[in-house]
Design a protein around this ligand. Structure first.
Ligand SMILES: [Ca+2]
Ligand SMILES: [Ca+2]
Ligand SMILES: [Ca+2]
Length: 280
């Protein structure tokens, strides 16, 4: 790997692999720091062939993991906001306007296709957006939506907007099938670069029909975790100064999260793995 400047974290593959360590304070200037935050600082270390091989093996991203939230363990008859957890992911659900609550899927005397147990139910006949924020970065999201089409010949359209730290990174729509009572559609979106919140909207009514309402029920939310690259100590799907700071803070300890090669101590071998997986 070439090191275009000392502002870039990299490993020079020389006999004595030279590691350039970026300033943990996030400065972009020509400052370099290790555990003592002095500047400039260049750490020189010897990488054995075995360690070099280990770096290569450990920098392969982990496999993606899908997690389903069926809301059946959510607090019943409770208005949003609520927080539910599945597969190590926390999801905070909230609504705009009059919002939503957790209700039995058959609360109206029937169960929309695909729904079961508890679901997310509108609190009024007025439009409301469903907002969900996650504790982990995701690459895909889907949710069952049953929209209020009352024996209409056309289907209403739902929209999902995905955001990463508040910035919109993608949108998608799904149109419910016609000729059904509260028909179910699967609203889904995939953003390879990752996102950590979504808004589920009612986009538009059936184009040729008037017996509809801008409300929807929701159930069975499925998300896919962004692959966590090796070196991503804080689990945000990036390997950057935040992870470096955590590793340096655990330097010399047996901290399992920062002990990337699992040899019982946080040291230069772990640092080289982190820098090898640097994503910025
Ligand atoms: Ca359910
Ligand atoms: Ca990270
Ligand atoms: Ca180690």
């Amino acid at each position: 790997m070439n090191c275009p400047s000392r502002r870039d974290a990299c490993i020079r593959p020389t006999t004595h692999g030279t590691l350039y360590v970026p300033d943990v304070r996030g400065n972009t200037g020509p400052r370099w720091a290790l555990s003592d935050k002095s500047s400039p600082r260049i750490l020189t270390m010897q990488l054995s062939p075995a360690a070099t091989l280990l770096v290569g093996l450990l920098t392969s991203p982990a496999l993606a993991q899908s997690v389903t939230f069926n809301f059946n363990n959510a607090p019943p008859s409770t208005p949003l906001p609520i927080t539910v957890n599945a597969g190590g992911i926390g999801a905070n659900l909230s609504g705009t306007m009059q919002g939503f609550s957790v209700q039995q899927a058959n609360v109206m005397g029937f169960t929309p296709v695909g729904f079961s147990g508890l679901c997310i139910y509108p609190s009024s006949v007025f439009p409301a957006d469903l907002n969900v924020s996650f504790t982990k970065t995701l690459t895909s999201f889907s949710i069952l939506c049953a929209v209020q089409d009352l024996y209409c010949d056309d289907g209403a359209t739902m929209k999902v907007t995905a955001k990463m730290n508040g910035t919109i990174v993608g949108t998608a729509t799904a149109t419910a099938p016609p000729d059904f009572y509260w028909p179910t559609t699967t609203l889904s979106i995939t953003v390879p670069g990752g996102f950590n919140s979504v808004t589920v909207h009612y986009q538009s009514p059936p184009p040729g029909c008037g017996d509809w309402g801008p409300i929807f029920m929701a159930d069975n939310m499925v998300v896919t975790l962004a692959p966590s690259p090796v070196g991503d100590i804080n689990g945000d799907a990036h390997v950057n100064a935040a992870d470096l700071g955590l590793l340096l803070g655990a330097w010399g300890t047996s901290n399992a999260t920062s002990d990337l090669d699992h040899n019982g101590v946080v040291d230069a071998a772990d640092l080289s793995i982190l820098l090898g997986g640097w994503t910025g």
